[in-house]
Write a protein that binds this ligand. Structure first.
Ligand code: CA
Ligand code: CA
Ligand code: CA
Ligand code: CA
Length: 145
């Protein structure tokens, strides 16, 4: 197995009050395990919730935030040898939908770069450094109360 590890992220991905973990791996062949989500069942007992399909290799770094501001924790997974993907949580710890945001990353960081209230993404690595400004949610001033 060719598996360097990549990133581990703790959070309550399924919204049941306990901490779960996302495992993003960085490998160079098909024998390495894919990225997946471990959900905590009983105290400190975990089960694999979901293999994150489409992130088959080269997950170099990851970050978590509620990117679409719907109340659950989403995942951004950067891949050195593939497309970076923003995965949306269905609220139960499943990540079935994604959008591609460039490719070729080694490290990712998140924060509100443009100070409009939503979380943006900064990527550096194999490709030129890129800032992805979050346009998924409208600025607060545009929302109807
Ligand atoms: Ca949980
Ligand atoms: Ca969300
Ligand atoms: Ca969601
Ligand atoms: Ca922002």
């Amino acid at each position: 197995m060719s598996f360097f590890g990549g990133q581990l992220l703790w959070d309550d991905f399924d919204g049941d009050g306990d901490q779960d973990v996302a495992v993003v791996r960085y490998g160079w062949d098909d024998s390495a395990p894919p990225d997946h989500i471990w959900l905590q069942q009983d105290r400190w007992k975990f089960r694999v919730s979901q293999v994150i399909r489409g992130n088959e290799q080269w997950g170099s770094d990851a970050a978590k935030a509620d990117f679409d501001q719907d109340g659950d924790v989403d995942l951004f997974i950067g891949q050195c040898g593939g497309d970076n993907k923003l995965w949306f949580n269905d609220g139960k710890g499943k990540f079935l939908e994604n959008i591609e945001l460039g490719s070729g990353s080694h490290a990712v960081a998140v924060g509100d770069v443009d100070s409009d209230g939503d979380v943006d993404i900064f990527v550096v690595g194999c490709a030129p450094p890129t800032v992805w400004i979050n346009g998924l949610v409208k600025p607060a001033k545009d929302t109807v109360p």
